[in-house]
Write a protein that binds this ligand. Structure first.
Ligand code: NAI
Ligand code: MHF
Length: 290
């Protein structure tokens, strides 16, 4: 099945809404939701499986298997700081290779303020060589257009350059997946800087799927993404009425209006926050209208 092809933008580049990736947790309810949404999601779509502290290896493998069986490309997340040993990493990679046939993964640092084992940062996962050894060919890494609450910009840029260099050295494909946001201005500036540094990887800009405003604000505050007032202003809702829902329509339109072919491959990643089916419907609808 081919993915829908929205109208190219004024600058001639494909719309960022082309071939978006989606994110799910390892919980059964998310697996059920993916199955239900499957008629709306084209085969070959990347489905990311988060690495949450309240889930285990079995759940992550089960969700990745479900995604694969439905014809998608599972992108399981591997959180460096949450791994307690090299053996745990090897156990996960083995299961992903042998049970899922996974070739893609997202190597991320992880929220624990201290590493729970030998890996303090995602670059340690990549330079270990184990991802390549276990048959992974495409490694996603994180990007932060608005910075990170606990990591300095200098550290983030240094980490991105080291991850890129190691991927290049090992001949692995890569993708930069960004933290979700509500504002396109920092995204434009950040992409420019990524390219200025010679990093030519495809980029997926993280956006929240359509969701209740309260839920969006809760997640934004949990991950230190932005202030409620700032989000309301950029996203165009009133903080005196938190009952409505909001989707990333305006962000996507602004991205399409502002990007040029010079920015290279830029697509979207939808953080669904439990709303897999709603997000899939929303994407189909947006693609049909534009
Ligand atoms: N699970 C997910 O889907 C996502 C998670 N994140 C979070 O973003 C953070 C950074 O991840 P990466 O960009 O992969 O960083 P990274 O692993 O490449 O590390 C960059 C630098 O920050 C340090 N660092 C890593 N995690 C840290 C933490 N939690 N607190 C303080 N310093 C830390 C590292 O030692 C390194 O110097 C993590 O907290 C990660 O969990 C961000 C986006 C999505
Ligand atoms: N710093 C950071 N850490 C993260 O773990 C993280 C980010 N950033 N950025 C966004 C992604 C997406 N993440 C998540 C986290 C939780 C759910 C989720 O669905 N959690 C609940 C549902 C609870 C609810 O009803 O709200 C679950 O079932 O566990 C989804 C995506 C985690 N992610």
């Amino acid at each position: 099945m081919s993915s829908p092809n929205p109208t190219p933008t004024a600058s001639g580049r494909p719309s960022v809404i082309t071939d978006p990736s989606l994110e799910m947790t390892g919980k059964d309810k998310d697996i059920d939701a993916l199955r239900e949404a499957a008629p709306l999601i084209p085969a070959g779509t990347r489905i990311n499986v988060t690495f949450l502290g309240n889930e285990d290896l079995g759940m992550r493998v089960k969700a990745s298997t479900a995604a694969k069986e439905l014809g998608y490309v599972p992108v399981p997340h591997i959180s460096a700081r949450r791994l307690t040993s090299e053996a745990e990493l090897v156990e996960f990679l083995t299961a992903l290779r042998d049970q899922v046939g996974a070739t893609h993964a997202f190597a991320v640092g992880g929220d624990p303020s201290e590493p729970m084992g030998p890996y303090g940062a995602s670059v340690d996962l990549i330079t270990s060589g184990l991802l390549k050894e276990y048959g992974f060919t495409d490694i996603s890494i994180a990007g932060y257009p608005e910075g990170h609450p606990d990591i300095s910009d200098a550290q983030l840029w240094d980490a991105l350059e080291r991850k890129y260099a190691s991927l290049q050295e090992q001949g692995l494909n890569g993708t930069i997946l960004t933290q979700f946001g509500f504002d396109v201005d920092p995204v434009f500036a950040w992409i420019k800087e990524v390219r200025r540094r010679g990093i030519d990887l495809p980029i997926r800009i993280g956006v929240p799927g359509p969701a209740g405003i309260k839920r969006l604000l809760t997640y934004a505050s949990r991950f230190g993404v932005a202030t409620s007032a700032g989000i309301a202003k950029k996203y165009g809702f009133s903080i005196t009425n938190l009952l409505g829902t909001a989707g990333p329509d305006k962000m996507i339109q602004d991205l399409d209006a502002g990007l040029t072919p010079a920015e290279g491959d830029v697509k979207l990643h939808f953080y669904t926050f439990g709303g897999t089916k709603t997000t899939a419907e929303w994407i189909k609808d947006y693609q049909a209208k534009h």
